[in-house]
Write a protein that binds this ligand. Structure first.
Ligand SMILES: [Zn+2]
Length: 132
């Protein structure tokens, strides 16, 4: 079985259902809007619900540890866990973001499956040297 089999089916379905936003301009604006909505849903979990909070300060890199060890020490700056309701909202916004990302791929004739595979390979090769 192919690794990302469902991805191709998802991309085909996005193409079928997306009639209004076939223009690359529409795709770009909806894609950008969906990014903002993902961010907003996470911010709302902090400021409206309060199930998670953000506590951040300057990153402290240990001087001699390996990069692998360093990753364990890096902080997400998140405290708490998303409650059921916020988790649902964030997941919905992430889903819409994937939808418009896929629509953008369709417009520019990229196969999402290929992008995932290529990125997977790139990450595998770079391993712990991938710092961004
Ligand atoms: Zn919540």
């Amino acid at each position: 079985m192919k690794e990302n089999e469902g991805v191709g089916e998802f991309q085909d379905m996005v193409s079928e259902v997306l009639i209004r936003h076939r223009s690359v301009l529409d795709c770009l604006s909806k894609y950008q809007e969906s990014t903002a909505r993902v961010n907003r849903s996470i911010i709302k979990a902090v400021t409206d619900c309060g199930c998670i909070s953000i506590s951040a300060n300057k990153k402290q890199y240990p001087a001699k540890d390996s990069l692998k060890e360093c990753g364990k020490l890096m902080d997400s700056h998140l405290k708490g866990k998303l409650c059921e309701s916020c988790r649902e909202v964030v997941a919905e916004e992430l889903g819409k973001h994937l939808f418009y990302l896929t629509a953008l791929c369709n417009t520019l004739d990229y196969k999402l499956d290929d992008l995932i595979s290529n990125e997977h390979e790139r990450i595998s090769m770079l391993g712990h040297f991938l710092l961004s």
